[in-house]
Design a protein around this ligand. Sequence first.
Ligand code: GLP
Length: 240
Amino acid sequence: MNITTYLTEEEIANAATAEIIEAVRRNPKTVLGLSTGNSPMRVYEMLIQDHKTNGTSYKDVITFNLDEYVGLDGASEQSYRYFMDKFLFKHIDIEPTNTHVPSGIGNLTENCESYEKLIKAVGGIDIQLIGIGTNGHIAFNEPGTPFDSKTHIAVLSIETIAANSKYFESEEAIPKQAVSMGIQSIMDAKRIIMVAFGKSKAKPIAGMVNGPITTALPASILQKHPNVSVLLDKEAASLL
Ligand code: GLP
């Protein structure tokens, strides 16, 4: 695991953005794994800015998002599909059909299987951008999720419901399940970039980096990935 501590969120985003842009320029058919939440927001803003200023093209780029809430379709403002369209896809020249977010509606078991097949069919994910939950989850792989899990229906933990309910009207309104790439699906990415900032991430980051590899802290499995960079600010790195 390659850990770098930066002074600000801005510097973290700069580093992640620079790597993604370089990869896309080197290989216009790069397969990107993307995530939602607060952590990657600035990266998306910077990618858009670069696209507009320098013309980096995403015409042949393919993306796969980590997860989606069960029961929400892309018209719902809280869905991750809506988030990705609003904060990234609409502003760059990517083909909408090349952007994949798991579907949280319809036949969920089939959705999970076809998502895995689709990732395989394009040769796997080149760079996966991820954040970390306050309990050490990655995507919606909560503590206890098997390390060999593939895309599946995940049940949100009480902690995650509390942390993510700020995006919903109430805790009752937040879906309690999600379709999520599994831990194995994430580990299969050729390269992983984790971005984390703020003091709420200090504990899970310390466990992920220095703790035992345990399903109790899903992100700890990243210790076994051969090509992970973790980009932190001082607060997120404060317990290392
Ligand atoms: C959600 C997402 C994760 C994300 C996490 C942290 O639960 N499923 O993919 O990493 O939240 O979100 P944030 O970046 O807002 O702290």
